[in-house]
Design a protein around this ligand. Sequence first.
Ligand SMILES: *Cc1c(COP(=O)(O)O)cnc(C)c1O
Length: 226
Amino acid sequence: MQTLLQQNLQKVLQTIVKASETTNKQVTLVAVSKTKPVELIKEAYEGGQKHFGENYVNELIEKAPLLPNDISWHFIGHLQTNKVSTIMKIQNLEFIQSVDSLKLAQKIEKHCEKLGRNINIFVQIKLSEEESKTGAEIDEAKLIIQEIITKFKFIKLIGLMTIGPIGNKEIFQQLVDLAKKFENEFNLQPLNLSMGMSGDYLDAIKYGADYVRVGSAIFGERNVKQ
Ligand SMILES: *Cc1c(COP(=O)(O)O)cnc(C)c1O
């Protein structure tokens, strides 16, 4: 018997498969479990989910050790440079989606070198004018990419991420265009796009998302607004 959460998960997965038929992309679902207890994450894991996203360092370091170590963790929240060493201790943290400054990228690279490990990163781009939306301006993003491809050995640049206001599809197109521009300018392999949340992941996929970050549609509404 599937739990309600597992049924939600299946619905989201089916929507993803259907939507991605139009783009022929293999879309990865990142289940965003911020503020949700370990028991619910286990339930989603038992329903077959492997990629999970967390926004807060403290939450991630509390939960990760209590959960199976074949989970692929994604850090998707704002990351302060002084928290990098803490977060990098989690061995199955495989993606940092929210790299928004050169300083942060340098710090991550340094810690990877120290630990002899690699990590996949997305450069988070600020496209929305909303004050609360973090991310790198385009010029900063260029600096980060330039540095990664010319100097870094441990960080693997896999794509661009953005957080948009729900319903603003222009932002999806902007991220698509920007990725193309960077691919040409820096002669890169196709960049993966992480865009779309519970309210708009279907549209994001139609525009070409490779990773969608879905929380409340799987886990239910969060009590605290964040
Ligand atoms: C919370 C959050 C999500 C998921 O939001 P839902 O609307 O619950 O799907 C996705 N991405 C980021 C960066 C988030 O902070």
